[in-house]
Ligand binder design. Structure first.
Ligand code: FDA
Ligand code: NAD
Length: 428
């Protein structure tokens, strides 16, 4: 027995929510669209989980952050899906997909068939076990990818007040969770293998500024090393973390953010995989013309840089979702996906945005002394390819975004560019 839909979205995260809204705007009929998600709740804005969700006072809770509130758009509650005739199959894992037959098999044993499939399975958090460290299923070791993880982390935070946390990883999860833990009055030590935090994006100068601020909040940094094992009490709770450099850190709570792997396994051997994601063209269409991929799981051509990229950020999930739906429902009028990569983060009172590609030579500008408003440009082969700004206004972020999209030639020398700072982007 099974059901048949015209459109099926596999996965119910950020990209799925934005795709659903786009489908309704383009006129999907009752019963044509189905979303299947392993999570028990309707699509929500995942970024809230490391920020508002972890606040000690008035934390964000669903339904307040269902998609698409993050883009100041409609909030899609379960009732919204019902009212729009969209079948929302929640708490249901898809076990296998037969691309040739255009069918999915769910964990409940149901076969669902489609005319068009959109893969929006996102990614999973990498586990310490994959790096040879055992014991990360202990109750006070927390990963953070979905709502269940966030609930668990919030509970462990509550029982660790004034205690010690070890944060493993100096990327986005590490930095955002460390800030949230400090706000919850927990002592934080961050451990990561690189020389500075956010090594994939920040320059040493940018990283130093944030790290110094974190230190004023009591955060300790142990860099250039990794953990090797945990110490446990008789109940199996972690009590300490052993590091490769020989240090041992007491821990009431451990947060692990050591990167992700896209959820592609259902499609290996059926669709082309590139750079760890499902390879799609500029219409977000995979190597099978009935199957599209969006969000963290998709490797797509970034026209601006003439390269295939897989991005792990909410803006690309939202925009690739809209583009895929547009490609499916209006193939003639839909052009190529012409995306400018955009990343952002908010920690404490800081808020930064980055546009483009952090490659080439770096020029820092602005006031790194008071640390309120500063930035950097990346210049490659004589062109501006990346822009970072902390503490900008809405207009200033628009200016750097527009300028970076144009990839303008930098005809002045780099010292001059440093002096010009934001003025350079303004005059592009
Ligand atoms: P997403 O992970 O959102 O959704 C995938 C969905 O597919 C999940 O619901 C999953 O359960 C489901 N699924 C997977 N396999 C399945 C199967 N076999 N059967 C059924 N369902 C299945 N980005 C940013 O730009 N700014 C930010 O501030 C943040 N902050 C942030 C905080 C935290 C805690 C995380 C974890 C991530 C961020 N991000 C972010 C990244 C951003 O959230 C991410 O890029 C998007 O969620 C990607 O959207 P997707 O829809 O691709 O995957
Ligand atoms: P990440 O890739 O940002 O950082 C991974 C970090 O893991 C690295 O910086 C490194 O310090 C560390 N690391 C790697 N191997 C390690 C090891 N063996 N031991 C200790 N540390 C190790 O990934 P993340 O921070 O885990 O974030 C997960 C996903 O969530 C990413 O896709 C990220 O883009 C997304 N996210 C984004 C935001 C945002 O955009 N503001 C916020 C939160 C999460």
């Amino acid at each position: 027995m099974g059901r048949a839909f015209v459109y099926v979205i596999l996965g119910g995260g950020v990209a799925a929510g934005y795709a659903a809204l786009e489908f309704t705007r383009r006129g999907v009929s009752d019963g044509e669209l189905c979303i299947i998600s392993e999570e028990p709740v309707a699509p929500y804005e995942r970024p809230a989980l490391s920020k508002g969700f972890l606040l000690p006072e008035a934390p964000a809770r669903l339904p307040s952050f269902h998609t698409c509130v993050g883009a100041n758009d409609e909030k899609l509650t379960p009732k919204w899906y019902k009212d729009h005739g969209i079948e929302l199959v929640l708490g249901t894992r898809v076990k296998s997909v037969d691309v040739r037959r255009k069918t999915l098999l769910s964990s409940t044993g149901e076969t669902i068939s489609y005319k068009f499939l959109i893969i929006a399975t996102g990614a999973r958090a990498l586990k310490l076990e994959e790096f040879g460290v055992e014991g990360s299923d202990a109750e006070n070791v927390c990963y953070l990818r979905d709502l269940a993880d966030a609930n668990r982390l919030a509970t462990v935070i509550q029982s660790s007040s004034n205690g010690n946390a070890v944060v493993i990883g100096g990327g986005y999860i590490g930095m955002e969770c460390a800030a949230s833990l400090v706000i919850n009055k927990i002592n934080v030590t961050m451990v990561f293998p690189e020389a500075h935090c956010m090594a994939r994006l920040f320059t040493p100068k940018i990283a130093t500024l944030y790290e110094d601020y974190y230190r004023t909040k009591g955060v300790k940094f142990i860099k250039g090393t990794v953990l090797t094992s945990f110490e446990f009490d008789s109940n199996g709770k972690v009590t300490a973390v052993n590091l490769k450099d020989g240090n041992q850190l007491p821990a009431d709570l451990v947060v692990v953010g050591i990167g992700i792997r896209p959820n592609t396994s259902l499609f290996e051997g059926q669709l082309t995989i590139e750079k760890g994601g499902i390879k799609v063209n500029s219409k977000m269409q995979s190597s099978d013309s009935s199957v599209y991929a969006i969000g963290d799981v998709a490797t797509f051509p970034v026209k601006l840089f003439g390269e295939m990229r897989r991005l792990e950020h909410v803006d690309s999930a939202r925009k690739s979702a809209r583009h895929a739906v547009s490609s499916i429902m209006d193939p003639v009028k839909t052009g190529e996906f012409d995306y400018l990569p955009f990343f952002y983060s908010r920690v404490f009172a800081f808020s930064w945005q980055f546009y483009g590609d952090p490659t080439g030579e770096v020029v820092h500008f602005g006031d790194y002394e008071d640390g309120k408003s500063f930035g950097a440009y990346w210049v490659k082969k004589g062109h501006l390819v990346g822009s970072f700004l902390e503490g900008g206004t809405k207009e200033e972020y628009e200016i750097i975004s527009k300028a970076t999209k144009l990839k303008p030639a930098v005809t002045i020398d780099l010292e001059e560019l440093e002096k010009e700072g934001l003025k350079f982007a303004e005059t592009v």
